[in-house]
Design a protein around this ligand. Structure first.
Ligand code: SF4
Ligand code: SF4
Length: 375
């Protein structure tokens, strides 16, 4: 005798999961159509070896898939340190997929319970998790493509849906696949997107999104995007920060998230700008792991750009040091750009000194930075 839906729901709450819904294991055909029609925009996912297209069929992950259980976890229950907000996407600040000290043990306990009762389960990474949650009746979409809970975090988007495919059939909940935005909102998310990645309701060009650019870009972003990327080092919350559907949650005074506060000291911009591989692997990668250690240049480059956009001349000595010590021309180039962006006499003198020591694209960036200060 397999478990009833009520028993599964009870157990989810018992292990500390916050919301749960059920849907069928049917294919996500609408998602497949979007991916097929926008192949060029998502080509990079195939190159990266992510089976997003295959992920639209739950049977890819579990042959005898019958239902999908979706649990939803709020990730912004407590306040994040102000020094990290606006630089690191909130959902990554307390991501325990590697450290396994928060959500993961609760999920494992839940999956073990299913297994002990004869139900095979699989929580796949590349399945449309937001669409699964809406199909399970747990919330609606915003025009920014985020999922808004019907219940948690004051119905905001500060939640993470986790789909779990199972080989046992449960009666599905009523789907809520719809956009739940108030008519009076004048598409604040689209207007606020700094790079124009979110270009119309529910349509994003992923390759222009700051999140993509900070984790996956293979080269230095073009000059016209660097200012737009602002202070973000890893991820971007801008289209959620401006959303009126999120303001009720954000207006509260919340207790500090102690897990994040404990790691805050490792995430100061100068430390990240100068970090070596050992520092990265010990202090950063366990929490924000989309960039392999071999691509540490990307972190250095993102931090240099963020520092440039801070316009804070306190950082000029750090940029000078990073230019001198870092051997990667993408990092050197961004340090030069950042010095030009901050400006001032110290930055100008340093850049003039770098001119004769550099060549190629780095020298070009140095020249442009000097010109910027002169103008
Ligand atoms: S995450 Fe940032 S860059 Fe990406 S769509 Fe939202 S506002 Fe635009
Ligand atoms: S900003 Fe407005 S349009 Fe965008 S998701 Fe929020 S409510 Fe919807």
């Amino acid at each position: 005798m397999k478990l009833s839906k009520e028993q599964v729901i009870d157990q989810a709450y018992k292990v500390g999961l916050m919301d749960i819904g059920f849907t069928t294991a049917e294919k996500f055909t609408s998602q497949k159509e979007i991916l097929d029609s926008r192949r060029e925009s998502y080509e990079w996912t195939y190159k990266a070896g992510w089976p997003v297209l295959e992920g639209t069929d739950p049977k890819t992950f579990l042959e005898n898939a019958k239902s999908i259980i979706v649990v939803v976890e709020p990730y912004f229950s407590e306040a994040f340190p102000p020094s990290m907000v606006g630089k690191f996407g909130r959902c990554y600040q307390d991501d325990d997929r590697i450290t396994k000290d928060n959500l993961v043990p609760r999920l494992i306990s839940f999956l073990k319970y299913l297994g002990a009762n004869g139900i095979k389960s699989k929580p796949p990474f590349h399945m449309p998790h937001r669409l699964s949650a809406a199909r399970a009746g747990l919330g609606t979409f915003g025009k920014n493509n985020f999922f808004y809970s019907n219940k948690l975090a004051r119905k905001s988007s500060w939640v993470l849906p986790v789909p779990i495919i199972v080989d046992h059939e449960f009666s599905p909940d009523e789907p809520t696949i719809e956009v739940g935005c108030p008519k009076w909102c004048k598409n604040a998310c689209i207007a606020a997107c700094p790079t124009g990645a979110l270009n119309s309701p529910n349509k994003i060009e992923p390759r222009k999104c700051i999140s993509f650019l900070t984790y996956y870009s293979e080269d230095i972003p073009p000059p016209e995007v660097r200012e737009q990327m602002g202070m973000w080092v890893y991820g971007c919350d801008r289209c959620q920060d401006v959303c009126p559907r999120n303001q009720s949650w954000m207006a509260q005074e919340l207790p500090v998230n102690e897990r994040v506060a404990a790691k805050e000291k490792h995430f100061s911009l100068p430390k990240l700008l100068h970090m070596d591989r050992q520092y990265y692997e010990s202090n950063v990668f366990p929490h924000m792991f989309y960039t392999p250690a071999e691509d540490l240049w990307r972190w250095h480059m993102n931090v240099a750009r963020s520092i440039g956009n801070s316009l804070d001349s306190e950082y000029v000595p750090d940029l000078i040091r990073a230019f001198q010590e870092n051997g990667d021309e993408r990092v050197k180039s961004m340090c030069a750009w950042a010095l030009g962006r901050i400006g001032g006499e110290q930055a100008k003198v340093a850049l003039e000194g770098f001119l004769g020591q550099s060549e190629g694209r780095v020298q070009e960036e140095v020249k442009q930075a000097i010109e910027k200060i002169a103008n």
